[in-house]
Write a protein that binds this ligand. Structure first.
Ligand code: GBH
Length: 450
């Protein structure tokens, strides 16, 4: 079968990063500490004792990094803003130097023909707000709206795509339920409250945008399709729980104004009855939704697994990435069609997709050969094209990530970059995947034809 893999003419091609993962200089120019700054300096929390003190030194090298984007032919760049650079105490006093950094970045992008796409919160809550209860405090929705308003006033004249939160699921699951990510709490009583306040905050940010902004705002979710390990009723029920917990918990609050009933089953008495009025705030109309896709999960019933009573089953004889995630591109198509089916025909962006694989050492002036990552990209772009053929209203794609960076508590060893970064010298080297991606952008997908 010959089939053209051209994407729609106005399809938007980009790459993504996040502040704490690439910027370094977390306390420069009057910034306050974030919960990630604290967590990364807490002994035992980070692989290899890595931290974001330097990371990719992007805070100082952003102009060079924009040239790397330009070499790829990127049309868009998705970055996040560190809240505690802008408001060192989280609320109140504005640190103009922090605002100025993002303003300079936006200008540099525009001068190079790259559209900025700003995410307001990619997990790095100001530490001062954590001291006031963080996402467990109902005031967090107001704190977030205040911060969002500062950024809308500063950048909406130039930034046309905004997101409130990146992957609130990760914050609740890693930060409040299992304690593997900042702020490191482990409580099934806290997790539902964090979820709810995150989604109230997202809604309050969107409300602020309607008053102050002129372009588009949405929210970004991580979706991981769940498939049952067998046809047993127990495995099928476990799969439904896992799916509701990861894929519906946040999107339902934002787009349906409710939570899926499975959450009560999972959390029991720890799942509170939230005030009905709150859902007016969580369900603010969005202009688009951003979806991040990496992998799927095959799920079995497991009474010992806290609190889901469900566990993933590792599949034999298939490729797994260095983070242990199965390469399974069909689920990318399934995710996009499922999302449209459940939530309606909302314009979508793929705001992250990528893979960590081992990279060979870089020889001088070379390209890093990364065939497994290249294969992952090809397969996933084809699966995404298939979803468009099936009628999904997909506007664009952002590769994760522009650069190898700090993979949170897994440290620098897990490399997702289109560009290899030598963290000792900060030298960037393109990987073969970067070369393929540049050709994809140039040909709008035609180069993917077999
Ligand atoms: C994203 O999160 C983040 O937005 C980004 O900052 C990060 O660097 C990037 O992805 C790469 O990790 O262990 O098989 O059960 C990723 C969200 C949620 C994807 C959990 C993998 C677990 C799969 N992740 N999921 S498994």
């Amino acid at each position: 079968m010959t089939q053209s893999l051209r994407f729609p003419p106005d399809f938007h091609w980009g790459a993504a990063t996040s502040a704490y993962q690439i910027e370094g200089s977390p306390l420069a120019d009057g910034a306050g500490p974030s919960i990630w700054e604290r967590f990364a300096h807490t002994p035992g929390m980070m692989a290899n004792n890595d931290n974001g003190d330097i990371a990719c030194d992007h805070y100082r090298r952003y102009k060079d990094d924009v040239q790397l984007m330009r070499a790829l032919g990127l049309q868009g760049y998705r970055f996040s803003i560190a809240w505690s650079r802008v408001l060192p105490e989280g609320t109140g006093r504005i640190n103009q130097k922090g605002v100025d950094f993002y303003s300079r970045l936006v200008d540099e992008l525009l001068e190079n023909g790259i559209a900025p796409n700003a995410t307001l919160f990619h997990w790095d809550l100001p530490a001062a707000l954590d001291d006031r209860g963080g996402w467990l405090n109902r005031d967090s929705a107001h704190w977030f709206a205040e911060y969002a308003g500062v950024m809308f006033k500063a950048l909406d004249d130039r930034v046309k795509l905004w997101s409130t939160l990146n992957e609130p699921w990760v914050v609740t699951d890693g930060g409040y339920l299992h304690g593997t990510l900042a702020p490191g709490h482990r409580s099934k009583y806290e997790a539902p409250i964090a979820t709810h306040n995150l989604m109230r905050a997202s809604g309050a940010g969107i409300q602020a945008y309607r008053a102050l902004g002129k372009h588009q705002i949405g929210v970004v979710f991580n979706i991981e399709p769940k498939y049952p390990a067998s046809n047993s009723p127990e495995d099928i029920a476990a799969t439904k729980r896992a799916h509701a917990y990861m894929n519906e918990q946040f999107a339902d609050a934002a787009l349906l104004g409710s939570y899926p009933p499975e959450l009560k089953e999972i959390f029991g008495p720890a799942w509170p009855d939230f005030p009905e009025d709150d859902f007016k705030l969580t369900k603010q109309p969005v202009d688009f939704v951003g979806l991040n896709y990496y992998t799927r999960a095959v799920v079995k019933n497991n009474p010992d697994a806290y609190p889901l009573k469900a566990s993933p089953v590792r599949q034999p004889n298939v490729t797994h990435t260095e983070t242990g995630w199965e390469v399974f591109e069909q689920a990318f198509t399934d995710m996009l069609t499922w999302f449209k089916g459940r939530y309606g025909d909302i314009p979508l962006y793929v705001t992250e997709n990528g893979s960590a694989f081992y990279d060979p050492p870089v020889a001088e002036g070379d390209v890093v050969e990364d065939p497994l990552r290249t294969s992952y990209l090809r397969k996933h772009l084809k699966a995404m094209h298939h979803a468009i053929e099936l009628g999904v209203n997909l506007k664009g794609y952002y590769a994760w990530s522009l650069l190898d960076n700090l993979e949170w508590s897994l440290g620098f060893a897990k490399r997702f970059g289109l560009y290899h970064v030598d963290f000792a010298t900060q030298k960037r080297t393109p990987k073969a995947t970067a070369k393929l991606y540049a050709q994809v952008i140039e040909s709008n997908g035609a180069v993917l034809d077999d």
